[in-house]
Write a protein that binds this ligand. Structure first.
Ligand code: ZN
Length: 347
């Protein structure tokens, strides 16, 4: 492969960056620019661009994020597709995809670090070993911890029962509880001082020093009902935390991380995806509690945006599941504003 790229050949694109990139990009969008795709069950189908055919044997899987042709055996990821079909070199394909999701390809020979990388306004890029996989692991561990903590928290269970939820629904959505206290996650992780916990948004580093002269650390989520936010693959990528009774803020979300981007994720989409297909429609509501309560009442096809307005990315994601999107917001001024934005996003 010749290197006619904008990138000097000495620079290596870190593997972890490629994983983060492929987590952010949706192959259906990438292939869809070149091939007319139609929904067929869980996958998308179209005429194979790599061999001549009259009936479609080319499939794109949104859950597995690869394309496969049953006719000629062509197969690969979004990066591979751009290389094979659009004739881009590897760095060009990576560069184009990164640009489409607002990421910057790390160009330094030494790995960049953390949320300080990149120009202001760019999304943080984590190019070192704390890859999406490592973050995904700690999110799952935290999720298990919160679920276990819920079982030992009668006040939280009482609250959920009061809201009409059964244990079955709580389990389906993986609901948990972050108990009162500043460093409860110390009991869930071998190394509470690990940077991965900070990058995952579970732990906050304070400017104040502790007794050992180290910056004090504490759990982001305290005394809250925890709603794990899953991606379409079912991995926990963030949390929403709701206070039990009073307290501010009422809802607290995970910060933006390489796994989690509020403008493109919808709460409940993973749990609702089969019901959406069955009902042939999706109900978009305002809060996590609404989603869970609706599932309890027999409307399992509901999702919620995550404290942001409904974006065109959200709408695209929903239209991939069904052709009918129903928005249901509160009748107050904020709800009407949200409805207006949602309509704009759809148009
Ligand atoms: Zn083919």
């Amino acid at each position: 492969m010749s290197c006619r790229a904008r990138f000097p050949p000495r620079n290596v694109i870190p593997h972890s960056f490629l994983q983060d990139l492929l987590n952010r990009v949706d192959i259906v969008d990438v292939v869809g620019k070149y091939v007319q795709l139609k929904k067929g069950g869980a996958n998308f189908m179209g005429l194979c661009p790599f061999h001549n055919e009259k009936s479609p044997s080319f499939t794109v899987s949104p859950t597995k994020q690869f394309y496969h042709c049953f006719g000629c055996g062509a197969h690969g990821t979004a990066i591979g597709f751009l290389m094979e079909h659009a004739g881009l070199t590897f760095p060009e394909a990576v560069g184009e995809l990164a640009q489409s999701v607002g990421l910057t390809v790390p160009q330094e020979p030494s790995p960049m670090r953390g949320a300080t990388a990149g120009a202001p306004g760019e999304r943080p890029v984590f190019a070192d070993r704390k890859s999406a996989a490592a973050l995904s692991d700690v999110m799952q561990t935290a999720c298990d911890y919160y679920r276990k903590a819920l079982r030992g928290a009668p006040e939280a269970i009482r609250y959920l029962k009061k809201r009409g939820l059964t244990g079955e629904i709580a389990a389906r959505f993986g609901l948990g509880y972050a108990p009162d206290g500043w460093q409860n996650l110390e009991g869930a992780f071998a190394d509470y001082r690990s940077d991965t916990l900070v990058e995952a948004g579970l732990v906050i580093v304070s400017e104040k020093l502790d007794a050992e002269g180290q910056p004090r650390r504490y759990d982001r989520f305290r005394e809250r009902i925890m709603f794990p936010i899953r991606n379409v693959k079912g991995q926990v990528i963030g949390f929403g935390g709701r206070v039990l009774e009073s307290g501010e803020p009422k809802y607290l979300n995970s910060p933006e991380t390489p796994l989690f981007s509020k403008g493109s994720e919808l709460y409940g989409l993973f749990e609702a995806r089969l019901a959406i297909r069955e009902a042939r429609s999706v109900l978009v509501v305002e809060g996590y509690m609404d989603v869970v309560a609706l599932a309890q009442l027999g409307f399992p096809n509901a999702v919620a945006t995550l404290g942001t307005a409904c974006t065109p990315v959200h709408v695209q994601k929903l239209l991939r599941q069904t052709d009918t999107v129903i928005f249901s917001f509160d009748g107050d001024a904020a709800g009407r504003r949200a409805a207006r934005r949602a309509l704009d996003a759809c148009l």
